[in-house]
Write a new protein. Structure first.
Length: 165
């Protein structure tokens, strides 16, 4: 059914997005005012003129474990989930900004798949890494996760402050 003359529309992003403190995001927005038939024609012409073949969207996700300000000793899980519109290539674990290893990626996360349907790899969006806190100096440390998608786009989750006993 065509829209009424006084209908209002809205935009929905085609990809999940996450922003960390200090990040910047640049985009172009087209506002097409007027009759809905003319607007649809204008949008169709825009789609034909814009190159959407290059993936510029970084992956996103969440670091679930360990919890913020946790006190860690021994072997502990670093776990969460990651998604991307083309696919996640790698999930690296960083301790105080230095790479300590690559997490196992592709663990089942039906909860995430139901929130983000239709993404590549569903429902296996989970990641897990075993970190031995006893191998590092006691005191405060920061855990981060570096996500890379199959197009080379990256995003870093964290840092998450923890304490090693």
């Amino acid at each position: 059914e065509p829209p009424r003359i006084d209908d209002t529309n809205y935009a929905v992003p085609f990809m999940p997005q996450a922003y960390t403190r200090g990040s910047a995001f640049e985009t172009t927005i087209y506002l097409v005012a007027g009759d809905w038939r003319e607007a649809r024609d204008a949008i169709s012409n825009l789609r034909e003129s814009i190159d959407l073949s290059t993936d510029i969207a970084p992956p996103t996700g969440t670091l679930d474990q360990p919890s913020p300000n946790a006190t860690l000793s021994g072997e502990r899980a670093v776990a969460g989930w990651a998604i991307d519109d083309v696919g996640v290539e790698s999930v690296e674990v960083l301790l105080d900004g230095e790479r300590v290893g690559e997490a196992d990626y592709g663990l089942g996360r039906a909860d995430v798949a139901s929130d983000y349907p239709g993404l590549p790899g569903a429902p296996d969006f989970g990641f897990r890494f075993t970190l031995n806190a006893d191998s590092y100096s006691p005191g405060p440390h920061d855990i981060s996760i570096a996500l890379t998608d199959t197009s080379g786009n990256t995003l870093t989750l964290g840092p998450r402050s923890v304490m090693f006993e």
